[in-house]
Ligand binder design. Structure first.
Ligand code: PA5
Length: 328
């Protein structure tokens, strides 16, 4: 399956992941610590945003080799790795085992899947695809289903099922993606800007632009950027294109408009469609993903190839292999 084909199947991915990963019997614990990198790690950011917005347990995101020292047997450690072979995530998982934390593994296999099976830990299965970022809907829903069932995030399974409808690649979503890609194709650094819990979406789209389109991009969030970043914008007038992720709800829209008004930068407003927070971040993820693939085409690059990331992963694995017990 090609990369684009996988993105176009996100609704199917979400519904299959929901169906297949119920009844895993995950214990919620006192807090949820989500470990993962890149296209898998973003799941942690989305979960933290959901829990902030809808209620549930505190969610901590770890994009590192080590778990926070306070993690213990009352913590639920969720190790998310599409390939199951990411050293940072394997290392955190080993620590979770040592600390006797409650555990959930989300993966399509690899060393992480094998270890979890050997230890009898619950494994939420992610379907195989061309890349982690292309099976985002499977990763996210495979993680959400058992956590929603355990009451760790206050969202119902029925709500998850309904929200998946916005992952249908409608004519409108494709048109928005094309328009976003064209508006950001001028070679400037693309600054994805969002408010509050929508900041996770800005990070996701920045990563999509980096990986698929090989484009320079960054993520900034309000209200914080109004207290530092905004002061640099006059000097970046020729360098940045702002993309304002607007959920059409207050105070987010006013905050975005306030910043954009002062900025004087080239800007593009992406109105996030959907009936709920969850639907809007899902819809924004789809449109941003499709835009990054379109931008790759406009820039004449292959969205599937990520040679620098592969080289980095290889080098780090080699270096860490010399440190005994760096991962399991
Ligand atoms: O999108 C990608 O392919 C990367 O960002 C990967 O997700 C990242 O390197 C981590 O790998 P994995 O998702 O297999 O743990």
């Amino acid at each position: 399956m090609g990369l684009l084909e996988a993105y176009l199947d996100w609704k199917g991915q979400a519904l299959r992941a929901l169906e297949e990963n119920k009844g895993l019997g995950v214990e919620a614990g006192r807090e949820v610590v989500v470990c993962g990198m890149g296209g898998s790690g973003i799941v942690g950011d989305y979960l933290a945003s959901l829990s902030t917005r809808l209620g549930g347990l505190p969610v901590y995101v770890v994009k590192d080799y080590r778990l926070p020292r306070w993690v213990g047997d009352e913590s639920l450690v969720v190790a998310v790795s599409y390939s199951g072979n990411t050293v940072e995530t394997l290392s955190c998982y080993s620590e979770a085992v040592e600390k006797k934390a409650k555990r959930l593994v989300v993966t399509s296999g690899g060393r992480l899947g094998e270890r979890a099976k050997r230890l009898g830990d619950p494994v939420a299965v992610v379907e195989k695809g061309p890349a982690a970022r292309a099976v985002f809907a499977s990763l996210f829903y495979a993680t959400l289903a058992p956590l929603a069932e355990a009451g760790a995030v206050r969202v119902g399974l029925r709500e998850l099922e309904t929200a998946a409808r916005v992952l249908e690649p409608s004519v409108e979503a494709r048109r928005e993606a094309e328009s976003l890609a064209r508006a950001t194709s001028g070679g400037r650094v693309v600054v994805f800007t969002a408010c509050c819990e929508y900041a996770a979406l800005a990070w996701r789209l920045k990563n999509e632009y980096n990986e698929n389109a090989k484009a320079a991009a960054k993520a900034e969030s309000l209200p914080e950027l109004g207290h530092n970043e905004i002061q640099s914008w006059p000097s970046a007038a020729e360098k940045y294109t702002l993309v304002l992720l607007d959920p059409g709800e207050e105070p987010h829209t006013s905050l975005l408009q306030g910043a954009a008004g002062i900025a004087g930068l080239e800007s593009y407003r992406l109105v996030l469609r959907g009936e709920s927070f969850l639907e809007r971040i899902l819809w924004g993820s789809l449109v941003g993903g499709l835009a990054s693939i379109k931008l790759a085409e406009l820039r004449g690059v292959d969205p599937a190839e990520i040679p620098a990331i592969k080289e980095y992963r290889g080098r780090v694995e080699e270096l860490l292999a010399r440190i005994e017990g760096a991962w399991g």
